[in-house]
Ligand binder design. Sequence first.
Ligand code: COA
Length: 321
Amino acid sequence: MRAVIIGTGGYLPERAVTNDQLAAEKGLDTSDSWIRERTGIGQRHFAAEGETASSMGAAACRAALAQGGADVAEVDCIIVATATPDSAFPSTAARIQGALGVTRGMAFDVAAACTGFIYALGIADALIRTGQATGVLVVGTEVYSRILDWSDRGTCVLFGDGAGAVFLRAGDPAPGDGLLSTHMHADGRHGDILAVDGGAGSTGGTGVVRMAGREVFKHAVTKLASAVDEALEANGLDQSAVAWLVPHQANVRIIEAMGRKLGLPLDRVVITVDRHANTSAASIPLALAEATRDGRIKRGDLVLMEAIGGGLTWGAALARF
Ligand code: COA
């Protein structure tokens, strides 16, 4: 058995905050032009009081099932990638399972920061190939607005909240169809350059994101390039076969560099960072949801996904929709 992508769904909190609004609200010494030029970000969405990773994730799951014409009764596995869970436990996945009314199979969270969706997809792929799951919701959902230091203008302008999901069904697709391969990497030696300072089990810290932006940028360009090469090579494919690049949405300059590497014009790259900012594990499934709904990604298109995040973690996935 192999995984076939049946439906995608996204959820964005209602409140969109422009760069100017953010600067004014938080009293930041920054400007719209600085943020746009360095990152491509124009606005981000922030969750309302009471909205959580699980409530947004459940909404994205419902949208993915509806788009795929799938019934919630098919779901026997929910994997949630998040760095901002509602609580240490129950997992956000178990909370979503309860909200959807699913009572069978498994539900668990994956912690791989901005690479979380690629990791969750990789685990789903393995569970389906080994016959342990047949209907899997793979979810990325984040409320980074609750783990930002509003006095650190170098990080707080970069992130936003949101959720995305895909529904995978076990099937027997023709060779070259369905989810083709996933590639996951980590190098914990670089953990300190992008980290949450403190957390549920720590003895200190403040629980906010700390980042050495330039260091992360350097790792991003080289590690993402090697992950996409690996994905194409594993499938005996050339970059010319790729219809769409759906990258993690951290910074438009990194996204453009990857597009150039693949020889893809920017109109074959799905970009949401201008409107969503960096929604971490949610950014790829949110972009998939947008581009399948507006008709850009069509059945039969080869889609290359890639991400890098705290850990460091990074990876890529290749799927024919
Ligand atoms: N507004 C105005 N000035 C800002 C600012 C802001 N929001 N944030 C930082 N600055 C200032 C700094 O204080 C610094 O000023 P100084 O020279 O007087 O000390 C100057 O801008 C340059 O800072 P630096 O951090 O070197 O900028 P940069 O060109 O590297 O851009 C990032 C910063 C964060 C945009 C860039 O490093 C980046 O995108 N890195 C990758 C981050 C990423 O993708 N993370 C997520 C991965 S999942």
